[in-house]
Design a protein around this ligand. Structure first.
Ligand code: BG6
Length: 489
């Protein structure tokens, strides 16, 4: 099954910050892959804009290098790359000054879909938005795309929303959370709302608890300064894990429509309870030095801050106070430098109300595991009778489905989250983007949690790189008579 390519209208996409890391790693290679898939109209154009002095040829070289580095070899075709880069142009621009805006105006067409990707520091969002209007570049339907971090607390998020709202209507603002662009994340909605099977059981009567794990093997080396100001709570939980939690916990929207979906997610965020200090474990990865002076840097070294109290790991128990979920905890954890790179959601069901087997030997709970990465797929653990004449002994077996196997080529050739989301922007579909009120509600929940440990001056617990995180995180589950699933690929 090969994935369907939905055509989009002709567009001009301007990428501010086009020479930056995100543009090189994700946005430009993603656009090339969409071009290869045949999704880019004949006259679509991509205009890079950044501070660096460079001409079109220089930018084209930069994009060719990015494709070489970040696009799979099997997809690098010299002729196709030539054709792709022929659509590129570059304008050196001063986001806070006047330089370059006239040239940009000459390039951007008024009668096509306009999209402006703000791949720059949030402090520049206001200046860019203002200049796009004062220079009469953006038309009344123009879309802007903004990246996280969307604020660092409620006050800054509100200020950012207000700044953008001065120049753009909410329907024009696309706040990216790239987790929403991941194939399996969208599949959560398909699994829940396109099957009758799960939904009747999807509540606290039948679900014991939910575990959401996003484990990474990388550290923060290279972006230590940013990360030290942010930490796992702001970098991952307030946005990515929150979005996953919303998709699992939300009520069925009346339609798969941007505002219907986002209304339901917002209700979940608003129903999240404050998290007491006892229900949170923060960790920081440790480095080690050998006697010969070599070694592995710890978080302190990566952040270049010997007194840092920022967490590179967090685990917490979150509770949703509504009819569906009261009494079913959601355990969240995410961290850097852990044993394996794996992201999954595990839904553990309750015991059957009554066992008809005398000794239910071997019985274990049903678990539905949704694997986001790697090896995207689903696994439902069910009980059956152990084969053989040994009486009624039970054994748990997996009903395992990997997208790659189930869907053939369509399951392996999954577009990267960014390329899908950029095409949604061009199509004008906001379903997988965060609305302003959603972001603010997420900060409203996160702020008191962060303020709590900052006021108390809590220091995260050290953990060795390559492990499952700090010891105390185990206790978070043990004391409730539960345990974390093993972190493994
Ligand atoms: C980013 C965070 O938003 O997501 C990073 O800033 C993190 O710290 C990354 O590594 C994880 O994304 P993915 O798609 O690799 O799981």
């Amino acid at each position: 099954m090969v994935s369907r390519v939905i055509p989009v209208d002709e567009f001009d996409l301007v990428i501010f910050g086009a020479t930056g890391d995100l543009a090189r790693r994700k946005i430009l290679p993603g656009l090339y892959r969409r071009f290869l898939a045949g999704q880019m109209p004949e006259n679509a154009r991509i205009i890079g804009a950044a501070r660096s002095e460079m001409d079109d040829a220089g930018f084209k070289t930069l994009v060719r290098e990015a494709i070489d580095e970040f696009v799979d070899k099997s997809k690098r075709d010299a002729e196709q790359i030539d054709s792709f880069v022929s659509r590129l142009a570059y304008v050196p621009i001063d986001a806070t000054g006047e330089g370059g805006w006239d040239s940009l105006k000459q390039l951007v067409r008024q009668d096509v879909v306009q999209a402006f990707y703000f791949s720059v520091a949030p402090s520049l969002f206001g200046a860019l938005a203002e200049r796009l209007h004062s220079n009469n570049i953006a038309n009344s339907l123009a879309r802007i795309v903004v990246e996280k971090p969307f604020g660092r607390d409620l006050a800054t998020a509100k200020a950012l929303n207000a700044t953008l709202a001065e120049h753009f209507h909410e329907t024009q603002i696309y706040r990216i959370d790239h987790y929403l662009g991941k194939e399996t994340v969208q599949n959560l909605m398909a699994v829940r709302f396109a099957n009758i099977l799960f939904e009747p059981l999807w509540n606290s009567q039948y679900i014991d608890h939910v575990q959401i794990t996003v484990a990474e093997t990388v550290g923060v080396g290279g972006r230590g300064a940013y990360y030290d100001r942010s930490g796992a709570m702001r970098d991952m939980v307030q946005n990515h894990l929150m979005q996953l939690l919303c998709l699992i916990a939300m009520e069925p929207p009346y339609h798969f429509d941007p505002n219907a979906v986002r209304d339901e997610k917002l209700k979940v965020i608003r129903a999240l309870q404050p998290v007491p200090a006892d229900d949170i474990v923060r960790g920081q990865y440790l480095g080690h030095k050998r006697s010969d002076g070599t070694g592995v840097p710890g978080f302190v070294e990566d952040a270049e801050n010997p007194t840092t109290k920022t967490e590179s790991y967090i685990a917490m128990k979150a509770e949703i106070a509504n009819w569906r979920w009261k009494g079913t905890p959601f355990y969240l954890r995410t961290g850097k430098k852990l044993r394996a790179r794996t992201s999954e959601i595990a839904i553990t069901f309750k015991e059957p109300p009554h066992s008809i087997f005398d000794a239910a030997e071997g019985w274990r709970e049903n678990v539905l595991v949704i694997r986001l990465q790697p090896n995207e797929g689903m696994n439902l653990k069910v009980m059956i009778k152990e084969p053989g004449p040994g009486g009624m002994r039970l054994v748990q077996v997996p009903l395992d489905m990997s997208f790659a196997e189930a869907l053939g080529e369509g399951g392996t050739d999954i577009p990267d989250a960014y390329e899908r989301l950029i095409m949604d922007v061009i199509r004008g579909d906001q379903t997988l983007f965060m609305r302003g009120d959603e972001v603010e509600a997420a900060w409203e929940w996160a702020d008191p949690i962060i303020n709590g440990w900052e006021t108390r001056g809590d220091k995260p617990q050290g953990y060795d790189a390559g492990t499952s995180g700090p010891e105390d995180a185990l206790m978070l589950m043990h004391r409730d008579g539960r345990r974390w699933r093993e972190i493994k690929e």
